[in-house]
Design a protein around this ligand. Sequence first.
Ligand code: KG4
Ligand code: ZN
Length: 277
Amino acid sequence: MPSLAAKLHIKNIQQVLFQALSEAKISPEKIDYIAYTEKPGLIICLQIGKTVAETLSLYLNKPLVPINHLEGHIYASLINQEKEWEFPALALIISGGHTQIYQLKNHFEFILLGETLDDAIGECLDKSAILLGYNYPGGPIIEKLALRGKNTYQLPLPKNDDSLDFSFSGLKSEISRLVNKEGKNINANDLTCSLQNVLAEILTKKLKKAWIITHAKNIIIGGGVIANKFLRDYLTKNIKKWDKEIKIFIPEIKYSTDNAAMIGISAYYKISIDLTD
Ligand code: KG4
Ligand code: ZN
């Protein structure tokens, strides 16, 4: 609902800004750079953020740092971390709008290896939750229901198994078919548990394929869907089986879903690298 999202951005942005300054205990004069999300996203919301950032930049006479939202999800894994990435690395982004695998050759040198051909993984969770009668966002409720369920439904794996691309629309259609067929008798706990299991299997398979090709030393996983504890554990356990030496970077849960700190840390790295060039 883009118009509602825009209205809420206008309504809340001032409060967010004041609260952020107060929680960080800094005055605007102490800010060195103004980072903002440049793309991708809802144009109208991005525009509101950009306008506020530009106004602040002009008023405080501080440079602007435009940041890509997806890079933000990757850099979120470095928040509160002592370790740094080693290159080449792999990054898996799983969010409401994206499902992508990148090869990271260096800071901000990312090569897209694969992405979804239809729905994003988060969209698959959100639409499945709606089919089961729940509201957006579907991921957290699916995680909760699945805790009480068993992996009993045989959900289909996509057929495009040789590529690094993803496809989730078949899975969504199967959930829709099952909900229509079983109606009120559907076991939502078992269905959501089965869905999480098949999604975990798909992600693991594709990531392993990418790892075999790239020999990545580090694997980074970001995006709202990695707030899911089952997926965090499943992926970590499986990656360790391929090679114990692989270092895994996953943001803390609060930095997995969209947040401003991930844009801040991306800007920090962008500025540090530019300064040392
Ligand atoms: O990265 P994000 O906050 O926003 C986008 O950039 O899209 O990701 C939002 C997605 C939604 O699809 C939401 O259902 C999902 O992340 N999500 C979760 C969980 N928390 C949020 N999915 C599974 N388990 C969760 N705990
Ligand atoms: Zn996001």
